[in-house]
Design a protein around this ligand. Structure first.
Ligand SMILES: Nc1ncnc2c1ncn2[C@@H]1O[C@H](COP(=O)(O)OP(=O)(O)O)[C@@H](O)[C@H]1O
Ligand SMILES: [Mg+2]
Length: 353
């Protein structure tokens, strides 16, 4: 019996220390008796400060949820798989919550417990699947259309060049200027079509072991050039010894370019673009933060920025970020964005073997 009891105590202790499990214990007075470390972390509480406190005080900002628990204590109601979104500082957590009463030997209610798991990754996985379904369809349509546009475009361009030369030879300066404008506009269409083609599943992707530091170094001149045009200062703090990752080098460059360009375009003169890295050896991921001091992204916009064709720019295509997201997802990584009031940070999280 003693051994059994010990084991039970150890089990309870392990529960409270489990890094993946949120546990909250409450007595009949609705006071917090114990709370696990993970629950404190996710809910943003300090254990010392909340132990023994009434639940109404601790969760004063969240009446609906504590009512749920209170009712539970009073009526013995069981809660199973209750999904709850929780925002703590910048992080948003998706929690899945169970709760039930605890009874003493005489079957009287002695308290209650709440157990929850952080299912943020699962939920975003669900969203990713939906998104990539949609993206795949748009990609197919876009690619089909793009091919149809590209072929006539090539011949128009060819004839236009011939025409320009003829006009030049005949000294028709003004008409020659028109063809110049036409060719520039054609190039714009061509670029758009190329982006369309990227959105669809590209055919010649070559995955290889890639030196991430080298990729960043390779594209820095282009980013710097773009920055000078916009009067932006770029600071790149990337070590030369980042772990190698498995990716398509050219597509990876595309990702960095798109995100840096967005940042630069969002800022006016005097803006700062900072590129930094964090290597997470435990999770085996390289995190690259691309931070700008621009105006930030309003909340009602932030959910849409990865959607194909969503743009707030006069000349934007709205394809940049959706392409970036596809490329990063295909190598098992993810892109996160955080924008609070002022400035925006895009975080690329890429796994390494
Ligand atoms: N760093 C940023 N700061 C502010 N807004 C941004 C930033 N990056 C992206 N956005 C928003 O996301 C939208 C979509 O970006 P993107 O897919 O690259 O398309 P585009 O650049 O063609 O508009 C932009 O139009 C802009 O509103
Ligand atoms: Mg863009």
């Amino acid at each position: 019996m003693q051994r059994g009891l010990n084991l039970l105590q150890q089990f309870a202790g392990a529960f409270l220390q489990d890094v993946n499990l949120g546990v909250i214990l409450i007595d009949t007075e609705f006071q917090l008796i114990d709370i696990s470390d993970m629950a404190c972390r996710v809910l943003g509480l300090e254990k010392k400060k909340v132990l023994g406190q009434p639940m109404e005080h601790i969760f004063a900002t969240l009446p609906a949820e504590h009512q749920l628990v209170r009712r539970n204590i009073l009526d013995g109601m069981v809660v199973r798989n209750h999904a709850l979104s929780w925002t703590n500082n910048q992080e948003r957590y998706e929690l899945l919550l169970d709760s039930n009463v605890l009874r003493d030997e005489s079957d009287q209610i002695a308290g209650a417990y709440i157990i929850f798991k952080d299912v943020t990754n699962l939920r975003s996985l669900e969203e990713q699947v939906q998104r990539s379904d949609r993206l795949a369809m748009i990609g197919q349509i876009a690619a089909g259309t793009a091919h149809e546009i590209r072929n006539p475009l090539t011949s128009i361009k060819g004839f236009l060049q011939v025409l320009r030369r003829t006009l030049q030879e005949q000294g028709m300066e003004r008409e020659c200027g028109y063809t110049e404008v036409m060719l520039t506009e054609m190039n714009r269409i061509n670029e758009l079509v190329n982006e369309f083609l990227l959105l669809s599943k590209p055919k010649n992707v070559t995955y290889a072991s890639v030196d991430l530091s080298q990729v960043v170094r390779d594209i820095m001149p282009i980013i710097n050039n773009e920055a000078i045009l916009h009067g932006v200062i770029v600071q790149c703090d990337i070590s030369d010894r980042l772990p190698r990752i498995i990716a398509d080098r050219e597509m990876l460059k595309q990702v960095f370019l798109n995100i840096c360009k967005n940042g630069i375009e969002a800022m006016g003169d005097g803006g700062h673009l900072t590129i930094t890295e964090r290597v997470d050896n435990e999770e085996r991921k390289v995190n690259i933060d691309i931070h700008d001091t621009g105006p930030g992204i309003p909340l009602f916009v932030i959910d849409k920025i990865f959607d194909p064709f969503f743009t707030t720019k006069e000349e934007g295509t709205g394809l940049g970020l959706s392409i970036c997201q596809r490329i990063i997802h295909d190598i098992g990584g993810h892109i996160r964005v955080s924008s609070k009031g002022y400035g925006t940070t895009f975080t690329l999280s890429i796994p390494f073997p």
